[in-house]
Design a protein around this ligand. Structure first.
Ligand code: ADP
Ligand code: MG
Length: 226
């Protein structure tokens, strides 16, 4: 308001505004500027990969991607409010992470708080928390973020370490906060991620109960076009 009151007063004089209109205009500018700052802060906080937005995603080049479906998910925060999930399958380089970031970016612009993480990094973090007997606190902290993006869930290998922390996270978020998950492997191969088959089935059950599943097929965008 301090930055704008003089220019706004000049405009008020020129346009013959009364005091109420002047005050409303000044407050409106303040709201707009606060909203913009909040979005910038939340985008930064979400650790999205810079430049990966829906406006930089070439939908024409990605024939297998259902553009209206992606736009609907990005423009409607209802599914996050309802704690539903989104699972994006497809081979490496097809644009899964880019789409996940792009959707999250749009949702953040509409006031949703989000956090993008590689699943490997997240599992490591949760394992450290478990070793320090602080796993419930770590999971509770993540529960405060309505939308968590777990990128490349398939890169987590059950024999690397104890990945049951991942199950605990999924179970904790079930019907209370949303997940976007990107994966190279279909559900049928998720027993390679979780310590045992039962846990894989239980995790998938909770994920898909309220979820949109997107399966993108095609060639990597990274490969040179011929
Ligand atoms: P994935 O996560 O499926 O392995 P990425 O989302 O990382 O793939 O995509 C690989 C690279 O190609 C990234 O740099 C991404 O921005 C780019 N890319 C993929 N598909 C598209 C597209 N349709 N339009 C623009 N860039 C794309
Ligand atoms: Mg990726």
């Amino acid at each position: 308001m301090y930055a704008h009151w003089e220019s706004c007063a000049a405009q008020a004089e020129e346009s013959h505004w009364g005091y109420p209109e002047y005050l409303a205009s000044l407050c409106n500018q303040e709201v707009v500027s606060r909203t913009q700052k909040r979005i910038v802060r939340h985008v930064k906080e979400a650790k999205l990969t810079p430049g990966k937005t829906l406006s930089t995603f070439d939908f024409k080049a990605a024939k297998a991607v259902n553009a209206p479906q992606i736009t609907a998910l990005a423009d409607n925060i209802g599914w996050v409010k309802q704690a539903h999930n989104l699972v994006i399958f497809g081979p490496s380089g097809i644009g899964k992470s880019h789409l996940a970031c792009g959707i999250a970016h749009r949702l953040i612009e509409q006031g949703v708080r989000a956090l993008f993480m590689s699943t490997t990094a997240l599992v490591q973090k949760l394992q450290q928390a478990r070793q320090a007997y602080r796993l419930p606190e770590a999971i509770a902290k993540l529960a405060r973020i309505p939308l968590l993006i777990l990128d490349d869930i398939g890169y987590v290998k059950k024999d690397d370490a104890e990945t049951s922390v991942l199950f605990e996270l999924i179970a904790d978020r079930y019907e209370s906060s949303s997940l976007i998950i990107t994966a190279n492997q279909p559900f049928g191969e998720w027993d390679q991620i979780f310590p045992d088959n039962n846990m894989a089935v239980a995790a998938i059950d909770r994920l898909v109960h309220h979820a949109t599943i997107i399966n993108i097929q095609g060639n990597s965008y990274r490969k040179p076009k011929v």
